[in-house]
Design a protein around this ligand. Structure first.
Ligand code: AMP
Length: 249
């Protein structure tokens, strides 16, 4: 089984993001960037499938600036076989990314695409679903377990009422949830080996995809500041305030 793993370069999850003073976006100057955490989980799962003999090749793809090479190299150090970087300075929207990934799938013909359920920078949670629709492939979203079962892929999904398992025909798109696995750290020898792995450089034009944004961002603002709490003298006052001031009971 050939597996394609899209990985996105995003602001590191430990960074406290600042909004630009003109409120056009968040400030990315001198900010630590990393692989989207849900994509790390996707890479880990692909590597485990390869270690189990289920996957034969892992192709890692990223759409973004030149520096997204770093995230592809990290995925290769974790166990990916080769990378494809589609370079663009456009902050690509989900539909544009999904169209590019579809074009990559048309060329690479993977049996499975495994990717994050959402990118932590824009929280869209739609690229995987859009890709499955464009490819007309089945999808298993929010996966907490993935197993090949004969010619089907069994994907256990985390839903409100518990766990749901779906059987997908291959090829299929899977999106990862937090509990699927715990990604490994790449070892130093593997980081060195990853430097020699093949990485193709492409452009959106090579795939005939126009990434011109369709949405305009009106403004970006900080969340409201948390107000200071108060101390109440006894339970009766607390209940009174919850009932008559906060209106929550
Ligand atoms: P989103 O729908 O934007 O929340 O992203 C969901 C998933 O789509 C991410 O976890 C990535 O696997 C993939 N993705 C989104 N944008 C990109 C990108 N620029 N390059 C590669 N993969 C991406």
């Amino acid at each position: 089984m050939k597996v394609l793993v899209p990985v996105k370069r995003v602001v590191d999850y430990n960074v406290k993001v600042r909004v630009k003073s003109d409120q056009t976006d968040v400030d990315l100057a001198n900010v630590k960037m990393s692989m989207n955490p849900f994509d790390e989980i996707a890479v880990e799962e692909a590597v485990r499938l390869k270690e189990a003999g289920t996957a034969s090749e892992i192709v890692v793809v990223s759409i973004g600036p030149e520096k997204a090479q770093e995230q592809i190299r990290q995925a290769l150090a974790m166990g990916g076989d080769r990378g494809i970087l589609v370079t663009t300075d456009v902050d690509a929207e989900s539909l544009g990314v999904a169209k590019l990934l579809k074009a990559v799938c048309d060329e690479e013909k993977p049996d499975m695409v495994i990717m994050g359920k959402q990118a932590i920078d824009n929280d869209q949670n739609q690229t995987g679903q859009m890709l499955a629709a464009l490819l007309d492939w089945p999808q298993g979203t929010f996966a907490s377990e993935v197993a090949q079962n004969g010619d089907k892929l069994h994907v256990t999904r985390e839903i409100d009422g518990g766990l749901q398992t779906v059987a997908l025909n291959l090829p299929a798109v899977v999106t990862t949830d937090l509990r699927l696995n715990e990604p490994r750290y790449a070892s130093l020898p593997n980081i060195m080996k990853a430097k020699k792995k093949e990485m193709a450089q492409k452009t959106p034009e090579d795939y005939g995809v126009d990434l011109t944004p369709r949405l305009s961002k009106l403004k970006v603002t900080d969340p409201p500041k948390r107000e200071a709490g108060i101390k109440v003298p006894d339970v009766a006052t607390l209940v009174d305030k919850l009932k008559n001031e906060a209106g929550v009971i």
